[in-house]
Design a protein around this ligand. Structure first.
Ligand SMILES: [Zn+2]
Length: 550
């Protein structure tokens, strides 16, 4: 029998390794073998372990950080968006005219009758500050069922053909938790909010949209995973709905091509798979392996703030009848959260408006009172609007994890547009959350915003929006704290702190070499930091052109 090779598979030397362990230790060099970290030490100590087969990364004095964990994404949707849809996030039209011109050109290239979709539209960054109407889209794409989804898919705009195929007419009533916008004569304008999307909602089993097959999904995922590597992301939590999403990940995993660690949160309401069926299987989060794991159940109480759909107590300025949309009534929420909790499943509840956060807390409090359980790690996603007195304290008392998206500060201009600055004290309350002892994790909600973790770092520390506004600086946190949101914080939020989040012997060898030390860069410029190399499981999966590391 051949003697087993003992030398490491990979070493990184000449680095400032910020381990983010409990003592915030710093090391100079690191060795990885079998996908795990096997040593941290001086250059000489680590170099002495290597043999001729060891991959050597010379960091030339650069900083090494744990691979970033994006704790809330819609990654597979984002991958499809990038590969096949009109990606408004990348195009960033400045006017409706520019946006419609893109639609017109795309329609010319596709046979009539083909669905034409766009995702990630930001109405607050076009001059008209609104979505196009069905009639405006009809002018450029009358023969293609067309619809434009806003960021987060809380709101869409469809043309007449898409409305027709979805069966939406002037006689269709607004469904509970949704709104069909109408003109003064009662005719639908094409703009649909939340559950008002009806059969144009990809989350509904009876939706009329074409479904991407496994081959298309695999193709889109491969490309998008490279994009994650270029952003230094080595693990994600992905909120999925379609069984094909599970299948696509499994196929890539079996083909050895996953390259990023995926924790799947399954949508439990407005979902293709009934929650009762999931609970009946007896799955618990953690099922799977270090590449692909089940992470619990996601559900959404309300809409988004920028489309004035987040559930609030005071009406939106200028809309005296609008307090947002509640997508799940309290009794149903209590029942579904209770069902998950009793089944041992962790829930991650989307709640943006203070009313929605209160609803989520009530459901969680009730479930925990009926069956107390330490270490439940239930999460509330977002919760960034100014909180009523005592709300965050209640969240801390119940041991709920705050799953935050600091990069949302980047589009805080849209919040100011909706609310005015005076309504936003303590918005994105990271400082308060940490001071209350809440467990806080970080994410991008990609494709809501770019997954670049350094944008999140800048937003958490400098709190500056894309147009240069600063949102309540009292809620700023330090670079040290901000780095932990998408490392140790997100590892804990995925029940995986024994595996990842910090660089320590025995943990997974997931790390990034970055262009500059975040502790040495001015807060306003933290997003200039580039990822020069990404290592997943001890394998070098990305090197920036010209970074010259090996
Ligand atoms: Zn989300």
């Amino acid at each position: 029998m051949p003697v087993q090779r003992l030398a490491p598979d990979l070493i990184v030397t000449n680095a400032l390794i910020r381990t983010l362990d409990a003592a915030d230790s710093v090391a100079r060099a690191l060795a990885a073998k079998g996908g795990r970290i096997v040593g941290l030490g001086t250059d000489d100590e680590i170099a002495a372990l290597a043999d001729g087969q060891t991959v050597r990364v010379d960091a030339s004095g650069r900083t090494v950080l744990p691979g970033f964990i994006d704790g809330h994404t819609h990654f597979q949707s984002a991958a499809l968006q990038r590969a096949f849809l009109i990606d408004w996030m990348q195009l960033r039209p400045r006017t409706l005219g520019e946006a419609l011109e893109v639609v017109r050109k795309r329609a010319l290239a596709l046979p009539p009758g083909t669905w034409l979709r766009g995702d990630g539209f930001e109405e607050h960054y076009v001059a008209e500050q609104r979505f196009p109407t069905c009639w405006e889209i009809d002018e450029v794409a009358p023969d293609h069922p067309t619809f434009i989804q806003g960021v987060g898919r809380h709101q869409v705009s469809a043309n007449s053909l898409a409305l027709h195929l979805a069966g939406i007419t002037r006689d269709t009533p607004d469904p509970p938790g949704g709104r069909i916008e109408r003109d003064e004569t009662g005719e639908p304008t094409g703009v649909l909010r939340e559950r008002g999307k009806l059969r144009l909602d990809v989350g509904r089993p009876d939706n009329v949209l074409p479904r991407y097959d496994l081959e298309q999904r695999g193709q889109a995922l491969r490309l998008a995973i490279q994009f994650l590597h270029a952003n230094g992301i080595t693990s994600i939590h992905d909120i999925v709905n379609d069984p094909l999403e599970f299948r696509a990940y499994q196929q890539l995993r079996q083909a050895g091509g996953l390259g990023v660690r995926v924790q799947v949160l399954l949508r439990g309401i407005e979902a293709m798979i009934p929650l009762e069926h999931v609970a009946a299987v007896g799955l618990l989060q953690g099922f799977g392996d270090q590449w692909l794991r089940f992470g619990g159940i996601k559900m959404s109480v309300d809409g988004a703030c920028i489309s004035r759909n987040a559930a609030v107590y005071e009406p939106y300025p200028g809309e005296p009848d609008n307090c947002g949309l509640v997508r799940i009534p309290q009794d149903e929420l209590d029942e579904k959260v209770g069902l998950c909790h009793r089944a041992g499943l962790r829930v991650a509840i989307h709640a943006i408006g203070p009313k929605a956060v209160d609803m989520a807390l009530q459901a969680l409090e009730q479930a925990l009172a009926a069956e107390p359980r330490a270490g439940h790690r239930h999460r509330i996603e977002h919760a960034y609007l100014p909180a009523p007195a005592g709300q965050l304290e209640r969240m801390a008392r119940l041991g709920i994890i705050a799953s935050t998206q600091p990069s949302f500060v980047d589009f805080g201009d849209a919040w100011i547009h909706v609310w005015g600055e005076d309504y936003l004290p303590h918005v994105m309350p990271l400082r308060t959350m940490l001071d209350l002892g809440l467990r806080v994790m970080g994410s991008s909600d990609f494709p809501m915003v770019s997954p670049n973790p350094f944008l999140g770092l800048k937003c958490a520390v400098a709190r500056r929006t894309r147009n240069g506004n600063v949102l309540d600086p009292r809620e700023a946190i330090t670079v040290r704290e901000a780095l932990r949101l998408q490392t140790t914080g997100a590892a804990h939020g995925g029940f995986e702190e024994h595996l990842k989040g910090s660089l320590e012997p025995g943990k997974l060898a997931d790390l990034v070499v970055v262009s500059e030390d975040p502790f040495a860069v001015p807060p306003e410029e933290l997003d200039r930091i580039q990822v020069d190399a990404t290592v997943v499981g001890g394998a070098l999966v990305f090197q920036r052109k010209g970074a010259m590391l090996t």
